[in-house]
Ligand binder design. Sequence first.
Ligand code: AMP
Length: 114
Amino acid sequence: MAEKTLFQRIADREIPAQIVYEDDWCVAFRDISPQAPTHVLVVPRKPVPTLDDLEDADAEVMGRVLLAARNVARQEGLSGGWRAVINCGPDAQQTVFHVHLHLLGGRRFTWPPG
Ligand code: AMP
């Protein structure tokens, strides 16, 4: 069996994290190095390494990630808006190879991103 990813180990409570939400498809926890007052990572339980690795059959997985992000945003009271970011691969500076959505909120963001 493949070695678990860092985020699978968090989902399985083998590594501590501040888990704020979970459902059958996803787990969400606070980023260890927050870039905004709210910075939560929404992670599918399925350990797809990057967006490039998604298959057609993963459509529901990623739909559930977006719905979980919406649920967390509501829970966090981000009524003024929030940002969703998914880094894919080295140019985007992805560092953990288990797909995850950064949910950022609680401050006003600029565009374009760095
Ligand atoms: P990315 O660069 O898009 O792959 O994002 C990985 C994110 O995981 C970074 O924002 C890290 O701060 C975060 N991170 C790494 N290790 C942990 C951890 N043990 N608990 C929570 N967040 C983490």
